[in-house]
Design a protein around this ligand. Structure first.
Ligand code: NAD
Length: 288
């Protein structure tokens, strides 16, 4: 039977650390860190993420402003907004909530953000620094996973980490963090074209699922004693819930729980860690 890695508890630790650092900063006469958030359109999920980020920022003493714009804003206008925020010395971190409406090229907007203010760690310069192992902003979800593992006292050196999913926001940056000196895992990345995926998954000491497919990882894909990190957030119909659905991860939790040594729940696992790392990044942006 596995031990639960509680993302709520661990993220609360990080938030408390950021809060203390922010309060020391203010005590020393400096202004609070300032995160500028750009939200375009009315996607309810994006609005809810942005609300969560603003609330978490306020709780640790980080100032954050959400600038909202209609979905029909032009790409040129968004670029101008980003440039204005880049020039504004009072702004430490800039976050443009993705996805953007289809007439705006996400990549153009991300590339326009100053790397010094790129708290999402999506700019090619930030990603390059990550790949070559330089210090800098950390990609929120992957860094949250590393925090969960290391704060739980789990050994990573020489462990075989199998990551299922190769997205730019989870799979690929996590592979780089796992390879980093000090973490020192041996990494395999699987994706939709991988052959013999269950067989590879069974070799994992640390198995990370970031696919977006409920119950993709079945019990027979988990090695006895493995550490299972479930990144997925999926809605499945559930008539017994008032809202008509519940959230599940990519792992068959019940089956994996029986075999794993540690496992993250969904919800309450990786999710809360993501915002905590964003706060760490914003503090770093203000101090560097
Ligand atoms: P994505 O859609 O960009 O990538 C999914 C990946 O899964 C792809 O690389 C694809 O190759 C792989 N995949 C798809 N089908 C596969 C198959 N049959 N076999 C093997 N691999 C397959 O998704 P993403 O943005 O990386 O997100 C993945 C999941 O994690 C989603 O459920 C998302 O909601 C969740 N997520 C959670 C957090 C968090 O904070 N907890 C953050 C980001 C994403």
């Amino acid at each position: 039977m596995a031990q639960l890695i509680d993302g709520k508890v661990l993220s609360a630790q990080i938030r408390a650390e950021v809060k203390e650092a922010v309060s020391k900063r203010i005590d020393s006469g400096k202004r609070p860190p300032y995160l500028a958030v750009v939200l375009i359109g009315e996607d309810p999920a994006s609005a809810s993420y942005v609300h969560g980020k603003a609330k978490a920022s306020a709780e640790v003493g980080i100032r954050s402003d959400t600038m909202t714009y209609d979905a029909d804003i032009s790409e040129q206008e968004v670029l101008k907004i980003v440039e204005r925020l880049n020039r504004d010395d009072s702004v430490d971190g800039i976050l443009v909530q993705l996805p953007l409406p289809s007439h705006i090229d996400d990549r153009k907007i991300i590339n326009a953000i100053s790397p010094a203010k790129d708290v999402d760690c999506f700019h090619p310069e930030s990603v390059g620094n990550l790949v070559i192992g330089l210090d800098g902003f950390q990609p929120a979800t992957p860094a949250g996973i590393i925090e969960m593992i290391t704060r739980s006292g789990i050994e990573t050196s020489g462990q075989h980490c199998v990551i299922i999913g190769r997205s730019n926001i989870v799979g690929k940056p996590l592979a780089n963090l796992m390879l980093k000196k000090g973490i020192d895992a041996t990494v395999t990345v699987c994706h939709s074209r991988t052959k013999n995926l269950p067989e590879i998954a069974r070799q994992a000491d640390i198995l990370v699922a970031a696919i977006g497919w409920p119950n993709f990882v079945t019990g027979d894909m988990v090695k006895e004693g493995a550490i299972v990190i479930d990144v997925g957030i999926n809605r499945v119909d559930d008539a017994s819930r008032e809202r008509g659905y519940r959230l599940v991860g990519d792992v068959d939790f019940g089956a994996a729980f029986e075999k794993a040594s540690y496992i993250t729940p969904v919800p309450g696992g990786v999710g809360p860690m993501t915002i905590a790392v964003l706060l760490q990044n914003t503090l770093m942006a203000a101090t560097s």
